[in-house]
Design a protein around this ligand. Structure first.
Ligand code: ZN
Length: 310
């Protein structure tokens, strides 16, 4: 093997990514995910990529992506290579979709939300697909969406923070949508294609996405992609115990003091930063973080609310 090939082969250099959706400004929980994903790979000399998940155009807020990039820069984040925008990646998603279709893994589904309203709820709150169109569309009906045929069997993986995760996707979720009724490729497919193409080896993100991971691993297997290592970080909540998000009107960090907020994020992630680090400059905070980061110290859950960031 030539030296160049050795350097480029997967697994030698860790590759991580942060993938915000531009549905609003970054909040404390987003900085926690950005910081954890960055430190996890940077400490091992790895590459850290940035991807804007703007596939869902109706949820995209004008100017939000630019605001996210500016905020990350102000907090001292430095990503490798160009930013990847999902809205420009449709051809890659279609290619993967057609590959699954050729393999017989895709079927058209005519069901409306109303027709599935009696179906059991999946863990993520969506309806478990009852399999109505699996053997073919009902007479006189046209496909609205396209689903992946999910065979019974468990998907298991070892999460660096959450431990062993086991799910029977067929039983819990059922056949899930890959191409939506509105013509957009589903989040699960886009993430899997993007991560594989970018050579991502470590997915570090909020535990609110833990339920998506078994579906993504299934897709990786069907598409012949390697499965990255996973670490799902505790989710930040407000005083009412709700996950910080645009829906809970989480405060934007755009106006926050970067060094202080990064130290709060390190503390949230169980890293035990010294109290006076919050008064240091940004470079000193990053230096401490890179030197002291340990995924083993990240708590599985963080029950106490994050004062001031809700
Ligand atoms: Zn159907």
């Amino acid at each position: 093997m030539a030296l160049g090939e050795a350097l480029e082969s997967p697994g030698m250099t860790p590759v991580g990514r942060f993938a915000p959706s531009p549905s609003g400004p970054l909040h404390f929980g987003s900085i926690v995910a950005a910081l954890g994903s960055c430190l996890a790979v940077r400490q091992g000399g790895g590459r850290w990529l940035l991807r804007i998940e703007d596939l869902d155009a109706p949820r995209t807020v004008a100017g939000a992506a630019e605001g996210i990039l500016r905020t990350l820069e102000r907090f001292g984040f430095e990503w490798d290579g160009p930013v990847v925008w999902q809205h420009a990646r449709t051809d890659a998603y279609r290619e993967a979709f057609e590959r699954l279709q050729t393999g017989g893994w895709i079927f058209g589904c005519a069901c409306t939300r109303k027709e599935m309203a009696d179906s059991a709820l999946a863990r993520d709150g969506t309806r478990r697909y009852p399999g109505i169109c699996r053997a073919g569309l009902p007479a006189g009906r046209a496909a609205r969406a396209w689903r992946l045929r999910v065979d019974p069997g468990v998907v298991a993986f070892d999460d660096a923070v959450q431990g062993r995760v086991v799910e029977d996707v067929a039983a819990d979720v059922g056949d899930f949508v890959l191409l939506r009724a509105d013509g957009l490729f589903a989040y699960q497919l886009a993430v899997v294609v993007d991560d594989a193409e970018a050579g991502v080896t470590e997915v570090v993100r909020g535990a609110d996405l833990l339920d998506s991971t078994p579906r993504q691993i299934l897709l990786q297997r069907l598409l012949g992609y390697p499965t990255p290592a996973y670490a799902h970080l505790p989710v930040a909540s407000n005083a009412a115990g709700e996950k910080l998000s645009k829906q809970t009107l989480a405060r934007s960090v755009e106006g926050a003091e970067p060094a202080r907020l990064l130290v709060d994020a390190l503390d949230f992630l169980g890293q035990g930063p010294p109290v006076d680090l919050a008064d240091a400059d940004l470079a000193t905070v990053w230096g401490w973080a890179l030197e002291n980061w340990s995924m083993a110290r990240v708590p599985r859950r963080r029950a106490q609310p994050v004062a001031g960031y809700g």
